[in-house]
Design a binder for this molecule. Structure first.
Ligand SMILES: Cc1ncc(COP(=O)(O)O)c(C=O)c1O
Length: 357
């Protein structure tokens, strides 16, 4: 199988599987309990907190463990309920939908700009936005989900007030994430009714999941994965982009190769429907996605591609290739053996006219 859907989720790293398997037997106790097994569980959670804090340059009590990026995003927006919320139109649904529902006109304003978009990889968090938020007396939140492990992150250098993380995009388990909250800033828990995380997030600790997150973070730090992404993976991604444009008539890129994460490539293919391309590739063992996996099953064109291109046809004919550290040149060969034939077949049977010939 050629797996090119790492931005949707990444397979568990072997180190993560081992750590979680061990944890299920050794660290089963409720981490809030005062007995010895409880303390042992809590120690592992605190080790993970230290590791994440070190990786992103935060203080320990600035990190709250959550069930993932969606929860972290929802928590920040809920904190600013009835406030003015300014976001980029390319944010994840967990920001867009909750801002729509909860936003108002109270001040201070919350700005929420993801570091990098999950569908096209575009880098969205700029120094200017951070400065604007602060000079206007507001706060800045950034969803760092896709950026973690792909670029070096320092929440202090970025001058962020809130930041969101998820374990499953870096080889950790689904259902674990974190929220960075700069010391002393407004915070309202989303889940109340428990004293965990210093009363900031109720619910029994997901010790095994957090230990899995720990193993994935260790892998990121040990291998300085951001360097590998920026060299080996960027090269692979760029080769695929170049070959698609050269070898497939009617193809175009939705990703700006010079202003994107190194592992995401989104392309459109005239007169070929994204879902059909995906299914034909799947039948040949090539796994990709159309737009965002979170939005699949939804027949509306991707909000990200619509915001970028304003063109439903481009959005409906798009495919996202997202790379992980295991991908090789052989994978690109396989894609380019199959993809041109798939597109040709779909274009021939399409009722939609190709715009360029
Ligand atoms: C940018 C971004 N934010 C949030 C999420 C949601 O993450 P989680 O599955 O941890 O809730 C995702 C992944 O789907 C994402 O790519």
């Amino acid at each position: 199988m050629v797996y090119l859907d790492y931005a949707a989720t990444s397979p568990l790293l072997p180190e993560v599987i081992k750590a979680m398997h061990e944890a299920e037997q050794k660290y089963f106790a409720n981490a809030s309990a005062l007995h010895t097994p409880g303390h042992l569980s809590m120690n592992k959670i605190e080790e993970t907190r230290e590791l994440l804090a070190k990786l992103i340059n935060a203080d320990l009590d600035e990190i709250i463990f959550t069930s993932g990026a969606s929860e972290s995003n929802n928590t920040v927006i809920r904190t600013f309920e009835n406030h003015e919320i300014i976001t980029s139109p390319l944010e994840h649904h967990s920001i867009i939908e909750s801002a729509k529902e909860l936003g108002g006109n109270k001040k201070p304003t919350l700005y929420s700009y993801m570091y990098a978009n999950n569908e096209i990889g575009e880098l969205l968090l700029t120094e200017d936005i951070v400065k604007e938020a602060h000079t206007k007396g507001g706060y800045i939140h950034s969803d760092l989900t896709q950026a973690l492990g792909k670029v070096q992150l320092d929440v202090k250098a970025l001058d962020l007030d809130y930041a969101t993380f998820s374990a499953h995009k870096i080889g950790g388990p689904i259902g674990v994430g974190a929220l960075y909250v700069r010391k002393g800033l407004p915070f309202k828990p989303l889940i109340i009714g428990g004293n965990q995380e210093k009363h900031r997030r109720g619910s029994t600790y997901n010790t095994v999941g957090i230990i899995g997150f720990d193993a994935a973070l260790k892998y990121v730090l040990k291998n300085e994965t951001w360097k590998v992404y920026n060299t080996k993976i960027r090269k692979l991604r760029d080769i695929l982009a170049e070959r698609i444009l050269a070898e497939i008539p009617g193809s175009s890129l939705n990703t700006d190769l010079n202003n994107s994460l190194p592992n995401i490539l989104n392309a459109s293919f005239e007169a070929a429907e994204g879902e059909s391309i995906q299914l034909y590739l799947d039948a040949e063992g090539i796994i990709v996605s159309t737009g965002s996996a979170c939005a699949s099953g939804d027949i509306k064109p991707s909000h990200v591609l619509m915001a970028k291109t304003g063109d439903a046809e481009v959005a409906h004919s798009s495919i996202r290739f997202s790379f992980g550290l295991d991908n090789t040149e052989k994978d690109i060969e396989k894609v380019m053996e199959v993809l041109p034939k798939v597109i040709d077949r779909l274009q021939k049977i399409s009722t939609v006219e190709r715009r360029t010939k």
